[in-house]
Design a protein around this ligand. Sequence first.
Ligand SMILES: Cc1cc2nc3c(=O)[nH]c(=O)nc-3n(C[C@H](O)[C@H](O)[C@H](O)COP(=O)(O)OP(=O)(O)OC[C@H]3O[C@@H](n4cnc5c(N)ncnc54)[C@H](O)[C@@H]3O)c2cc1C
Length: 407
Amino acid sequence: MRYPPAMPEYDVLVVGAGNAALAAAVSACEQGASRVGVLEKAPEELRGGNTHYSGGLLRFAYDKAEDLRPLVPDAERQVTGFFSGVEPYPHASFRADLDRVTEGRSDPELSEILIGRSYETVVWMARQGIVLEPAVSLSAVRVGNTVKWSPGAVIRAQHEGIGLSRMWFESAGRRGVEVRYGASARSLVQDAAGRVTGVVVQDAAGMREVSAKTVILGCGGFESNPEWRARYLGRPWDHAKVRGTRYNTGDGLRMAMAIGALPHGQWTGCHSTPIDAGAPPYGDRRLTDKTNRLSYPYGVLVNARGERFFDEGEDFQFYTYAKLGGIILGQPQGVAYQIFDAKGAPFLEGRYKTGTPMVADTLPALVAQLPLPRPVCQATLDTYNTAVGSGAFVNPSGSPRPKRYST
Ligand SMILES: Cc1cc2nc3c(=O)[nH]c(=O)nc-3n(C[C@H](O)[C@H](O)[C@H](O)COP(=O)(O)OP(=O)(O)OC[C@H]3O[C@@H](n4cnc5c(N)ncnc54)[C@H](O)[C@@H]3O)c2cc1C
């Protein structure tokens, strides 16, 4: 504990430089703070946290398609008939989705803030210079002459996460926010009364205290810390690959708990996505989220034993993919094979183009290429095909002949 300097260096010091941190820094300026600083652990060329790697897709509630017009005024120019293809996504639909995917176990107070303020937050982001666009390659399906959208997942930041991160840095720069790169927050400084008065920072020059009237922690989770993953998520999470930044190692949680913050929320679960088995151990700055493999509802998933282990069609992909990564990790060798036929292949997301598929003219010829017990896999697929009932193919928008939409 220390006596704080009479004049702290910053009014507001934000730890981290992703979406949360830079939104907080910009908001602090908007509220009248005049000296706002940001500490970014990464060097400048690797800045921006997971935000840089994200698809920049924003899920938020809106009562009618027209509510999106102020956010994407040019949408009709990009996608003809855009507003007629968008279904309403009111508060109740967002609530129902959240309750379904969490099996009713989301925090009632926090989830109410998340849903209830989602629209106004996106409007605020747009006012701060975050340019938005229809999320065509992620969520759009063409049905006849109309492009249909997965409700609530329609809008993204222009140029996805790379654009989102860049626009936040630009917005903060316009407000005079000072960003220090390669500056890692190590611990929180308190005064005799226990008030947080600054941060111990480590950078190329060594360790020093930086004082501030207010400190905001926006420095991500612990997804890039294998020891914490093993500690909280259990086996075999230390083996998982990370799609994003290598700098989120739980520092904010550690610093806060070290001064008595109460741990809250869920510690044994995480957002985990199926990615290409050849993806690097951490995110690739150029590929960003393009290693995702989310078109599994159109095919059959088998593990390294050649057996199915997941209901591919339990729900639409946006509602199941975030658990499927962890389920695959728990399978033998932590891998799975996604098998598509010629009917399913046209619906694959464009992101599959970054992978190298095994292709064959017949199912047995395809199975023959897979490094797994082939008779078991063939039997699995035969059982699956025999079980399929008759009837028309029903696609995500309910029409007989959808096509993936891309610009
Ligand atoms: C590949 C991928 C795709 C995604 N796609 C989407 C999507 O389309 N839509 C969506 O809603 N979500 C998506 N997400 C999730 C989304 O990226 C995150 O939820 C969001 O960006 C998190 O923002 P954040 O500011 O909390 O953390 P981050 O953006 O991760 O920022 C954390 C920051 O803290 C810094 N930091 C960490 N420790 C310290 C320290 N000790 N001192 C100083 N700085 C520190 C990091 O360097 C970084 O700048 C995706 C994530 C990934 C990885």
